[in-house]
Design a protein around this ligand. Structure first.
Ligand SMILES: Nc1ncnc2c1ncn2[C@@H]1O[C@H](COP(=O)(O)OP(=O)(O)OP(=O)(O)O)[C@@H](O)[C@H]1O
Length: 260
């Protein structure tokens, strides 16, 4: 599958060719340099965009199997927290009482019970992202599509939400495609990590982090984790700084130049 934008000489090859398959229940993380087409791929998976060539096949049992979560939360400021979480259920015409119960139970799982009646403006970034998570999970989607959902959060909160997401998705076994710039995030969460080239993004490597399920954030402290992170950064570095790269190298972390 490929995707380009515009026509003729001015056309921009944004993505591909990409050929990938995700198994039911699998959690796949996609990492790649800025502008390589990750969001484009996710938008195609969500049915918001068509491929220019090729196709994407979704095997699902419902008409609207996917729920999406973005970096900027995508929640409605004029609705209460409860109404935000109930939103997808209202669209699915789930009866009000059942929708309220399901929404409240997800709020409880994400530690938001006391904020059911609050408006998002009163919440911190981490809490807003929890609302977005609760809203996406409340509809019990067959497929969860996440576009850098934790990128706007500070490092501690990000770690906390990664651990919560690990816990939640290991219970629900929802098929998930998760975009991130963070190799650490990809290795903690993913059954499989796909590394993309600079634009037009192709899949240049695939790794299965060797951590069983259910796993916890403790895998971060293992030598296997550090080794795999370094290996993937070597691959990615070539794409970020190589001839195909469109932008400068990302900020380098304190750990021997390997970014989070
Ligand atoms: N609607 C559009 N019209 C024109 N160009 C687009 C459109 N959407 C994306 N692009 C271009 O396609 C390329 C891939 O964009 P995309 O947002 O998919 O990359 P990305 O890997 O998600 O980037 P980042 O990591 O910076 O968010 C970029 O060069 C972008 O400018």
């Amino acid at each position: 599958m490929t995707r380009s934008f515009g026509r003729g000489r001015g056309a921009l090859a944004a993505l591909g060719p990409v050929d990938a398959e995700i198994a039911p229940g699998e959690f796949v993380c996609l990492v790649g340099p800025s502008g390589c087409g990750k969001s484009t791929l996710l938008r195609i998976a969500a049915g918001l965009l068509r491929p220019s060539r090729g196709e994407l096949e979704l095997r699902a049992t419902t008409a609207h199997p996917a729920a999406m979560i973005f970096q900027d939360y995508g929640i409605h400021d004029w609705k209460t927290v409860l109404a935000n979480v109930r939103f997808g259920l209202d669209i699915q015409r789930v009866p009000r009482k059942e929708a309220d119960e399901r929404a409240r139970s997800w709020l409880a799982r994400l530690g938001l019970t006391d904020f059911a009646g609050a408006y998002p403006a009163a919440l911190s970034g981490g809490m807003r992202q929890r609302v977005a998570l609760a809203r996406a999970l409340a509809v019990e989607p067959e497929i969860l599509l996440m576009d850098e959902p934790f990128a706007a959060l500070d490092a501690q909160l990000r770690t906390l939400l990664q651990d919560e997401l690990l816990d939640l998705t290991q219970t629900t076994r929802t098929t998930t495609l998760f975009i991130t710039h963070s190799l650490e995030e990809a290795l903690v969460l993913g059954d499989r990590v796909l590394v993309m080239s600079a634009r037009p993004g192709r899949i240049i490597a695939e790794r299965r982090p060797p951590f069983g399920r259910p796993r916890t954030g403790e895998v971060r402290a293992t030598p296997a984790f550090t080794a795999l992170k370094a290996e993937l950064w070597e691959l990615l570095r070539g794409e970020v700084t190589g001839p195909g790269a469109r932008r400068a190298a990302p900020h380098q972390g304190a750990e021997g130049g390997v970014p989070a």
